[in-house]
Structure formats: structure tokens, C-alpha cells
Design a binder for this molecule. Sequence first.
Ligand code: HEC
Ligand code: HEC
Length: 297
Amino acid sequence: MLAMTACAGPDRPQTVDPAPDPTTDLGPVQRGQYLFTAANCQGCHTDTRHHGAFLAGGVAIASNYGTFYTRNITSDPVNGIGRWSDADFLRALRRGISPRGVPYYPAFPFTSFTQMSDRDILDIKAYLMTQAAVAQPNRPHALHFPWSIRALLLPWRALYFHPGPLPPNPGHDPQWNRGAYLVEAVAHCEECHTPRNALGGRIEARAFAGYAMPGQAGPPAANITQDPRSGIGRWSRHDIADFLATGFTPSGDAIGGRMGEVLDRMAVLKAADRDAIAAYLKTIPAVPGSPKRPGRG
Ligand code: HEC
Ligand code: HEC
């Protein structure tokens, strides 16, 4: 740390140390697998409920707009992404644009993955390419009109899509920066925990204040801001890291639902990364109020 400060010349902009990434010593495929786990790519791209093949897609995602079906991201050259170049893959995750130039729906959380670094995105690709090719065709989405028109995504993108990568915040230490990166980019916690307006754009003034996604079953994603009553302001850093490892809240409740799958992934991360996530969450501004189920007022 001292050495780095000494190396920085006087006119260099202030930067923080590289985040304490516990995976830096791993090779690309192993790093990719770790990030893939933290991002829960398999949760959306493997149809476990119907015994679908690993990463072959076809998972139905219910929403107000209709049903999305996730895609085959195996190394199959025809149905999967086996023929994609690194540039194709980067463009999909960083910009949400397909190799043929078509915009993706934000049901694919590229809106968070955009914040990832090039290296991390390409390591995920390296891992995907080591997995079995599955020749399973993609299933078209079943969306209500007018959401079936992809061109509508262009104004949506202009309003709500902020391309990354996430710049480091020199006002905070490396651990906090690592936590911010995991929460905002890789593990995409805001995709479920931040409420959305009628057009599906995130309401940033209520970031992390919880959301009941219309059309989805199960309990709403909780308020995880530092509000002591509606949020997790009374949880210590240790409580949060412990929750991510065990799935138990400080009061002993086991959390499941859509969070259950996230917790399965968090449990296998390195402890340093769960601690970093906890450090970051402890700095999320308090926003009072609990998410309401649609239709319950
Ligand atoms: C919340 C569910 C979800 C998660 C998590 C998710 N995806 Fe997807 N993904 C989707 C959906 C839905 C689509 C289809 C988007 C569309 O058709 O516009 C998609 C599309 C894609 C595509 C485009 C494939 C093609 O044929 O054009 C790639 C590549 C992809 N995802 C990779 C990933 C990777 C890598 C991860 C983890 C880092 C990931 N996804 C995590 C839901 C998800
Ligand atoms: C796929 C959607 C989804 C994602 C992604 C997600 N969560 Fe959740 N989370 C939920 C839901 C739904 C609940 C409520 C579960 C319940 O009440 O049983 C929840 C509950 C929680 C709780 C418990 C709050 C309480 O008061 O009991 C915490 C803490 C939490 N999530 C943190 C996170 C963090 C940190 C991330 C990112 C690493 C994350 N979540 C990503 C859906 C999600």
C-alpha cells in the first residue's frame, strides 16, 4: 500500500489500491468459474426444475410484460455461444447488444454486468467455453404486445441504461470497493432489491429499499438499506457476512425464496468476499418503508 502511494506520481489522479480480490492468483478459467458462481449465471440459464442440461437455457422468467425464456449459453456453435468472439461476449454483457446488433431485454441483468471489468467478463467466457456444448434450440419469449417489440428497448436504454465499468471510489478503502463491485456488478443485488417504476427503470432514490416484482411469486425482496426499522440497519457487519454464509438472519429466521438461490452461491464464495459485501452494505443510506406486494396497496 505504501509502495503504491510512493509510485504514484504527483500529477496522477488519486486512485485506490486495486480491490483486495481474493481470486487474482487463479487462472482465467478458475476465476471465471468463481465469478460465474457469484453472478448466479446458472440459476437463470439452467432449467433445473425440468431437469434441463447445464446452461442450455429455457428457464421461464415470469413478469408483467409476459414470460421471458433464458438462452442457451453453452459452447454449442449453433444454439449456444460457441462461435462468439471475445468482442461479441463483451458487447453482450457490457452493452446488452447481441452479435447481430439486437438489444437485449433487461430481464438479462446486463444492466449490472455492464459494471464488470473486461478481464472478469472474459474470464467468465473462458469458463463457459470449457463446459459441454448442448444442442438445445432457444425458445422465443412469450411477451404481451407491445413489449414484444424490441425497438421499444431503445428509448428505455436511453433513459435507464448506464454503461460501465464501475470506477473505483477513492473515498473508500479497497475492501469497500471490492464489496461495491460484487454487489453492484457481479452479484447484481439491486436487480431484485431496488424498486422499479412503471417502465421497469430503477428508482435510484430508493436504491436497495426492496421490491415486489410484479408477476413473480414469493415474498418481495426485502429492504436491505441501513434503515433500522424497515431495513437491516440493526445488523452488524458480522451479522450480514454470517447471513450470506448460512442463510440465517440475526433473529434466527431462515431466508429462502428467490434469495435462497442467491444464498447458495454466496455460501461458496471466499469469506473475504462476504466480508467485503457486508462492509459495503453497511454504508447504504437508510431508506424507510417496506416493499408492498402489488395489489395490496
Ligand atoms: C436474472 C436472470 C439471468 C441471469 C442471472 C443471467 N442471465 Fe443471461 N440472460 C437472461 C435472459 C432473460 C436472456 C435473454 C435476453 C433477451 O432475449 O433479450 C439472457 C441472455 C444471455 C446471453 C445472450 C445469449 C444469446 O443467444 O444472445 C448471454 C451471453 C448471457 N445471457 C450470459 C449470461 C452470463 C454469462 C451470466 C452470468 C454472468 C448471465 N447470463 C446471468 C437472464 C439471465
Ligand atoms: C433474484 C432476486 C434477488 C437477488 C439477486 C438478491 N436478493 Fe436478497 N432477497 C430477495 C428476496 C425475494 C428476499 C426476501 C426473502 C424472504 O423474505 O424469504 C431477499 C432477502 C434478503 C435479505 C434479508 C433481509 C431481511 O431483513 O430479512 C438480505 C440481507 C439480502 N436479501 C441481501 C442480498 C444481497 C447482499 C444480494 C446480492 C449479493 C441479494 N440480496 C440479491 C431477492 C434477491
